[in-house]
Design a protein around this ligand. Sequence first.
Ligand code: UP6
Length: 274
Amino acid sequence: RSKVPFPERAARHSHPVAKRLFSIAEAKKSNLVISADLTDSKKLLSCADDLGPYIAVFKSHVDLVSDFDDSTIQGLKDLAAKHNFMIFEDRKLVDIGSTVQKQYHGGVMRISDWADIVNLSVLGGDGIVEALDETVTSPDFPYRDQRAFLILAEMTSKGSLAVGSYTEKCVELARKFPRSMMGFVATRALNEQKEEGDAASGGEEDFVVFTTGINMASKGDKLGQQYQTPASAVERGADFIIAGRGIYAAADPVEAAKRYQAAGWEAYVKRTQG
Ligand code: UP6
């Protein structure tokens, strides 16, 4: 759990995307990520426009948007600029290196053109990480220093197999590829011991932790999802809290976003000042 405040982490971090992320969070006093799991472009873009002021990051699953096209991408980019948030495509890439390079840079979704942050699974071993690192650090890559990845190191669904040595392997790979792997999607901080020491010695290792499965009103859903509150997640080490249905399916999503933003920020202030 990092006790270092965002402005300091922004200043010290070696990755430009992490720097920008911490700066946005600080400027907006928000560590909230909306998981906008909406199924058409109009709803997706209204969600981004309505909630934009309260979030640091907008998380999409564009493969569930039925009418996804160039105008969806342009709309998202415009709103990201208007409201100063980053875009995170929750693509969970998982394949051999050669395939994910083509899925990430190019392909039907052209993820690299618009998503600042993308996540991946290391089920297949080191190759996927090596491949994506190679793509974004290549001199020909048009978005150099503007793109980063999160390794999906744990999952919130019941019976998840992403535990123990699997999760440890994720940390090992993030350590090996700091130019592209900025942190994790996990339910807690994963580098407990090393991180404290590093913070004192200049913070060479500062993984950013995004936590899904955040809900203030429910413990889970019928399909195995398991929730925790913003306070509990941040206490366990989440830097950014990701909430979906808790916000977009609420009677008043704007009011809900403000509540989650306040709860997440309060917990962050408590952790970093306490
Ligand atoms: N997500 C999880 N758990 C994980 C990884 N990802 O819930 O371990 C994603 C889901 C969804 C969002 O794909 O987009 O986070 C959770 O939405 P919810 O808040 O509506 O449950």
